[in-house]
Design a protein around this ligand. Structure first.
Ligand code: GLU
Length: 236
């Protein structure tokens, strides 16, 4: 017996398409995770991503910040590939973010996998779609920003660089960016300008915040944080 959603589309008289989606895969939903204040960020973020595997994904990545340096690992395909990229050298640092991606803008490649980094200063992970990314990207490119991916998401990293260059702090920068972007999203950002601060925001995509002992966590789903804390709140 299957308990699942099925979708029937009538294509033309006498021809129908039957689409079956197993439970938990009704919608493509990538995963976001983050941690601040935990000294083994790299490994706990990998564990958190594993807990979100049920959502499906095509690539993944984790970035941490340690002594002013951004350390990024990404891999196409399953999380075992990311694990292999982490095995040679563990990611140092007590602040970090991670992502499992379902590509919407830009093909499946390591360059398009999240996290995205701009100017070696800001890294971001993003779930959803920035609808007005083309216009924002054109403006940023004409101001000299160099993009490294074909994703809609990368504009977020460059928008933070632009805001920090204009003298805004992390909160003011986030407010400015939220006023400019359109779409359904959840994102997390981390910057060398504010190395002890994790910035998170959401609009229509869920985001859970976990409160631990001397550390805080974020995840697209509370399940991602179950190994870290039981105190979880969903952002409104
Ligand atoms: N739109 C972004 C991309 O294609 C994020 C997709 C997702 O939610 O995984 O990279």
């Amino acid at each position: 017996h299957f308990v699942a959603k099925t979708f029937i589309t009538v294509i033309e008289t006498g021809v129908v398409s039957l689409l079956y989606r197993p439970p938990g895969k009704e919608k493509r939903m990538c995963g976001i995770v983050g941690a601040v204040g935990h000294d083994r960020c790299g490994s706990i973020l990998l564990d958190a991503l594993k807990r979100l595997e049920y959502r499906g994904y095509d690539s993944s990545g984790i970035v941490t910040l340690h002594e002013g340096q951004i350390d990024l690992r990404r891999a196409v395909g399953k999380l075992v590939n990311l694990e292999a990229a982490l095995a040679d050298q563990a990611l140092p640092g007590s602040i970090g973010i991670g992502h499992t991606r379902w590509a919407t803008h830009g093909g499946v490649s390591e360059d398009n996998a999240h996290p995205h980094v701009a100017s070696d200063r800001v890294s971001i992970v993003h779930n959803g779609i920035i609808e007005n990314h083309r216009k924002i990207r054109a403006r940023l490119e004409s101001a000299g920003h160099k993009f490294a991916s074909d994703t809609d998401s990368e504009v977020l990293a460059h928008l933070f660089v632009e805001a920090f260059d204009a003298g805004l702090d992390a909160v003011a920068a986030t407010r400015k960016i939220l006023a400019e972007i359109e779409g359904a999203y959840a994102f997390a950002a981390m910057a060398t300008d504010y190395p002890e601060q994790l910035i998170v925001a959401r609009n229509a995509s869920p985001l859970a915040v976990g409160i631990g002992e001397g550390a805080c966590y974020i995840g697209s789903d509370a399940i991602a944080l179950a190994h870290l804390t039981r105190k979880v709140i969903y952002l409104k």
